[in-house]
Design a protein around this ligand. Structure first.
Ligand code: NAD
Length: 247
């Protein structure tokens, strides 16, 4: 699952899974471009990757802003893999969900994925090289959880968008797939999973534990690299069996 010499753009690379993916992709030979709004955080991460003999560069990127997305692809005209990872996951009861909050989630999680995918695909089509786009969705796009009306809806839409883009862009050699992680432990959610509610949730996962970021590496590399050259429009779930938990 070699990515040697390929330029891979990771969005939302300053923290959590995006940061983890950036390091892992560099370890697998990719020339990683870390994209995030906070350039200072990714500069530091890119420097750490370079110190470990990896290839990493950075770009200030707000996925909700088409000018920012366009600037990123003008700066890096050789992107052949995109990891559409940026996302937000606020929770609220549906009756309390404010219009502005709903729009913020859809704009980041859905419009952001579309803008970045379009920017990449235009470049890939022009170059005639094809490429791979991996959209990070979620198991909440396939099965619901309370308090997540906006988030779950946005991720379901990402899964459907992935299929349409795969259908339209296969003729250009561009593959588009969705990766649906279950609950993965990151610094941001560690506190919640230490609570009683968090522990109860973990007990409902057939494997009785959270996923580790490293357990997404294989699935991500499969979809991103030529190892998955005949895979497009698919939704790959890595969730410890959460989606098949007993009713
Ligand atoms: P995180 O909050 O650590 O990472 C999300 C990143 O996206 C942050 O760095 C944030 O700054 C960035 N971001 C947000 N809005 C942005 C914008 N407009 N432009 C550019 N970057 C922006 O959370 P995470 O857990 O690492 O999540 C990463 C992705 O994985 C998200 O799409 C999330 O929905 C998905 N996911 C996470 C889990 C999990 O358990 N951690 C499970 C399923 C799916």
């Amino acid at each position: 699952m070699d990515l040697a010499g390929k330029t891979v753009l990771v969005t939302g690379a300053s923290s959590g899974l995006g940061l983890h993916f950036s390091k892992m992709l560099a370890d697998n030979g990719a020339h990683v471009v870390l994209g995030a709004r906070r350039i200072d955080a990714i500069e530091e991460a890119a420097e750490a990757i370079r110190c470990a003999a990896g290839q990493a560069r950075t770009i200030a990127l707000d996925v909700t802003d088409s000018a920012s997305v366009q600037q990123a692809f003008e700066t890096y005209p050789d992107v052949s893999v995109v990891i559409n990872n940026a996302g937000i996951a606020p929770s609220a009861a549906a009756l309390d969900l404010e219009e502005a909050e709903f729009e913020r989630v859809m704009t980041t999680n859905l419009k952001g994925v579309l803008l970045v995918a379009q920017g990449a695909a235009r470049q890939m089509r022009e170059r005639g090289t094809g490429g791979s786009i991996v959209n990070i969705a979620s198991i909440t796009g396939l099965r619901v959880a309370g308090q997540l009306a906006a988030y779950a809806t946005s991720k379901a839409a990402v899964i459907q968008l992935t299929k349409v883009l795969a259908l339209e862009w296969a003729r250009y050699g561009i593959r588009v797939n969705a990766l649906c992680p279950g609950y993965i432990e990151t610094p941001l959610n560690a506190e919640f999973f230490a609570t009683e509610a968090g522990k109860a949730l973990v007990n409902r996962i057939p494997q009785r534990r959270l996923g580790r970021p490293g357990e997404l590496d294989g699935p991500l590399l499969l979809l991103a690299s030529d190892a998955g050259s005949y895979i497009t429009g698919t939704t790959l779930v890595a969730d410890g069996g959460h989606l098949i938990s007993s009713l």
